[in-house]
Write a protein that binds this ligand. Sequence first.
Ligand code: FHN
Length: 431
Amino acid sequence: MKRIILISVLLFYAVIANTQIPYTPAPENLKAREWFQDAKFGMFIHWGVYSTLADGEWVMNNQRIDKQTYQKLPSFFNPIGFDAKEWVSIAKSAGMKYITITTKHHDGFAMWDSKLTDWDIVDRTPYGKDIIRMLADECKKEGIKLFFYHSHLDWFQENYFPRGNTGQSSGRPDSGDWYKYLDFMDGQLAELLTSYGDIGGIWFDGHWDKKKSDWRLDKTYNLIHSLQPACMIGNNHHLAPFPGEDFQMFEKDLPGNKTTGFNTEQEIGKLPFETCETMNNSWGFNLQDKNYKSTKNLIQYLVKAAGYNSNFLLNVGPMPDGRIQPEFVNTLGELGKWMEKYGETVYGTRGGPVSPRTWGVTTQKDNVVYLHILNLEDPNLLIPDFGVKVKKVTSFSTGAQLKYRQDAFGIAIAVPADIIDETDTVIAIEL
Ligand code: FHN
């Protein structure tokens, strides 16, 4: 009898251990999600030793540089122009509320003082300082939330084996212990979440390199949430969200548009959204990439994202000397001026009652719906009725009341020529 009881107890625990407990976000995590959705605009920073080659963050893979050769790069990395204060001030004056920085990109190089490897900025570069520490301190001082981009994919670690679709020319042996790699990754994440204060979120990337592998995401996600329950997890796997995630990102695309080719399987979930985009065509510093997006284009991208109920994370790839290139700084300054005037129609809003159209998008805060007209085709705009009585329609920039009619056919609004702004004509509908 005793034996039967013992076996039953053991069986019970074996079942419990293998049962996945559904993820219930902590109250502080739900609060963080609200904050995130209100914040709307963040700065993405791709920076690493690859910037010395001025050919983007994929240079190790694209130029087929083996690991031995790539290890020369840290000795060229001496960013004496890096000033955390300057970066945070550029982000703040652009109207950005948070920063997401690459702690480790696919080359595996740690931009903080990792105790688990010497493949890091403090141990390998003449600069020898922990830029994550300096940035974290400055962000805290200035009220900017800090998020960490962290690459699952690693072209440097030998235990990242079997290898995935990329990093094939890194010259690593054809053997390695995958679970040791995952332990190492969890260890590095634990360092990042226990030494740099409150972290807004972890922005994973690179899962797509080995989609079929056992990534042990539950363990990693549980670790993050147990160390910092409010820390939001997002994973750029280009799929529908996995359990344990707190936001969903869309790379170079608006939620659901599936225009990039690599996100055809990406279904929209119920989590807060974030769209990320580059200011030229590169994430990491690229000397030859002069395809700078105009201020108008970027404002319209930000506004469209808001209309899709999404944040906008705009990337800069700082130069090897640590400065953000002047072309980006100028454009960000112009975005900041626009946000000073129109921020009210973006911050704290959610996607409005009329879904995105060819003429533009809507956002809403409390009893005000903002029409963002990005491409007006006719002097009168007819929008579908959304079932609430309109009290007043005004031009957001001039305050002038506009003529409108609300009936069974929808809401028709007269848009006079003198309020038209070719970047974004904002109309406020008071309900
Ligand atoms: O390979 C990366 C790329 O370098 C960059 O970090 C972007 C940012 O969204 N994500 C990956 C590609 O999906």
